[in-house]
Design a protein around this ligand. Sequence first.
Ligand code: GRG
Length: 297
Amino acid sequence: MAIAGARPQTNTPYAPASSAELHLQVQARLVELVPADNSLLSISAREALLGPGKRVRPLLAMMAAGHVGGAAEDALDYGCAIEMVHAASLVLDDLPCMDDAALRRGQPTLHRRRGEDAAVLAAVALLNQSTRVILQTPLHIEDRLAAIDLLTHAVGFEGLAQGQMRDLRDAPGDRDAAGLRQINDLKTGALFIAAVQGGARLGGGDEADIARLTAFGEAIGFAFQLCDDLLDAYSTVEALGKDVGQDDEATFVDLWGEGRVRAAVRQSLTRAGDAVGHDSALNQYVLALFRHADLGV
Ligand code: GRG
């Protein structure tokens, strides 16, 4: 729930902003939330955060707030905090000790531009800043604590770090469909779920709203990771602006083949629409994202 007065007090029904407007709003706020000085740490953090990402997770948080009757702005800072975690995770994921990637968002990866030391420290600083942003946002203290609880849950032993560790280190024999699903849910799904759960809570949603948004987040998180695996297998460096064929470890594409993975994406998207309404602005945004990826799903 937002602080009193944060939501527009008018008799006109809340009109969801377009994703392009929200994208601009997120971009502008991210610039404000990261230090502007010329230290190597700040420069590196800005390069990791402000490059041309889709901003899917903050947009989902804001749209989730709007979906439950709040204002998208109720979840703006929270969404930006999630984006900081996401940016940190990309920097770490690209490191030589993980994916050893050369290209990210059409540019050389941060460790290639600034050095591994700068990349690791920028990721740590962004992760730290994500918590500070939520602490400093003018929400009720219970909402700030709930938001920090959601975000830290999504990062640690039951989220990204665990998913990444298992992705890198699980024995090939453990990478059956159930094992891969767990890895995907931790590595990718957790942040999507945190985005929409937090958005729903900050937008004033009740427990039933949060349960619906959780089901939505689970479904789109899985669809998103499958889509990422399809793109890694079948798209090009030029189209994606990042390395392809990076997945050394088996993915669902190896396990199931292309056709079945596409069918699973469609099924997950149907499930997502069932949870929040197929015609809702939230669901339509997600469908447009997948259409834009041009996967033919
Ligand atoms: C402690 C934050 C932290 C992380 C440590 C490295 C790591 C653990 C996790 C990596 C998680 C990861 C990179 C998962 C892949 C998620 C994914 C599908 C990324 C692509 O997201 P997009 O398409 O990227 O939203 P843009 O560039 O548009 O932001």
